[in-house]
Design a binder for this molecule. Structure first.
Ligand SMILES: C[S@@+](CC[C@H](N)C(=O)[O-])C[C@H]1O[C@@H](n2cnc3c(N)ncnc32)[C@H](O)[C@@H]1O
Length: 303
């Protein structure tokens, strides 16, 4: 099983300021990179959450090493309040998206570079990518590829998928998507990238889950506690930015996601006015970090 190089690790740990005796939530445990760094930085406790049973299983060794200080739970970070059972915490870290072990294992169906079943589920249940592409209407496919993939050829791709389906494998779908796109991307990006991102987001309901996770973090953080979120594409980053702006009492920007004015008193202070990006050193070591952006908020005293 391959590992995962944690992204913006030093920055996330610095943002959370781990302290002895405190508890932190690592809401996207993965291979435990953030959890390990927090446990090393202070004599604290960590509750790791991941919806992927393979990630949870991989945490057993770390839980043994930090016995009594690390608990790894299978679940969604949107459910962290229930998972914590009323306990308040001093920090929450979310490192969104998929891990390297998920991306690199063709059997998980995330990769357009390798042949595998068209699955893309991070967890054990729910609709697979095959279910989605084989049953959704052309208009629905075009909508989600356009919205979640920010793909300008979404309508052509939706049409090509419906004409060629059913699909069972990643390779066949990737070929169809490539064939539907008339122009090469000047950046050299594989033409299937955006469509695969869109399907993954839809299959795992990632944006709704992010909204739930942000709201849940607000509930579980104690005053002075911090929320650190690493996102990997503009759809996620915009949501995190809008949430932190709105919950820290800044005038909401015109946004499709948050059309109504805040009903609750602000309970965050913005720690990062601008998102933190990886430095050149990290990008050299880990090219997968290139689109990562970290935003941080601090829970205030207000009720
Ligand atoms: C980018 S990786 C995290 C890597 C981790 N920071 C590390 O150092 O190993 C994202 C992980 O979050 C998990 N995940 C994504 N969305 C989730 C959600 N809503 N609830 C729980 N886990 C989630 C994925 O299964 C994946 O293992």
């Amino acid at each position: 099983m391959s590992g995962h190089v944690p992204v913006l690790l030093a920055e996330v740990v610095a943002a959370l300021r781990p302290a002895d005796g405190k508890t932190y939530v690592d809401g996207t445990f993965g291979r435990g990179g953030y959890s390990r760094a927090l446990l090393e930085a202070a004599s604290c406790r960590v509750v790791g959450i991941d919806r992927d049973p393979e990630a949870v299983a991989s945490g057993a060794e770390l839980a043994r090493r930090y016995e009594g200080r690390l608990e790894v739970v299978e679940g969604r970070f949107g459910d962290m309040a229930r998972i914590l059972g009323g306990q308040k915490v001093a920090g929450v870290a979310l490192d969104l998206g998929v891990s390297s072990p998920q991306l690199d294992d063709p059997a998980r169906g995330f990769s357009f570079r390798e042949e595998g079943p068209l699955d893309m589920r991070m967890g054990r249940d729910g609709t697979t990518a095959a279910d989605l592409v084989n049953t959704a209407s052309e208009a629905e496919l075009a909508r989600l590829i356009s919205e979640y993939g920010e793909e300008r050829f979404a309508r052509r791709i939706g049409r090509a998928i419906v004409a060629r389906r059913p699909f069972a494998t990643t390779g066949a779908l990737a070929e169809t998507v490539r064939g539907a796109i008339p122009a090469r991307d000047p950046s050299g990006l594989d033409p299937a990238t955006r469509t695969f991102q869109a399907l993954r987001i839809a299959v795992n309901e990632e944006l709704d889950e992010l909204d739930r996770g942000l709201a849940a973090a607000e509930d579980v953080l104690e005053p002075g506690g911090r929320l650190a979120v690493v996102s990997f594409h503009s759809l996620e980053d915009r949501r995190v930015k809008d949430f932190l702006r709105e919950r820290s009492g800044r005038a909401p920007q015109a946004s499709r996601h948050m059309p109504t004015p805040p009903a609750k008193a602000p309970r965050f202070r913005l720690v990062t006015k601008k998102p933190i990006a990886p430095g050149e050193d990290e990008l050299r070591r880990n090219p997968r970090a290139r689109s990562a952006r970290l935003r941080v908020g601090e829970r205030t005293e207000a009720a």
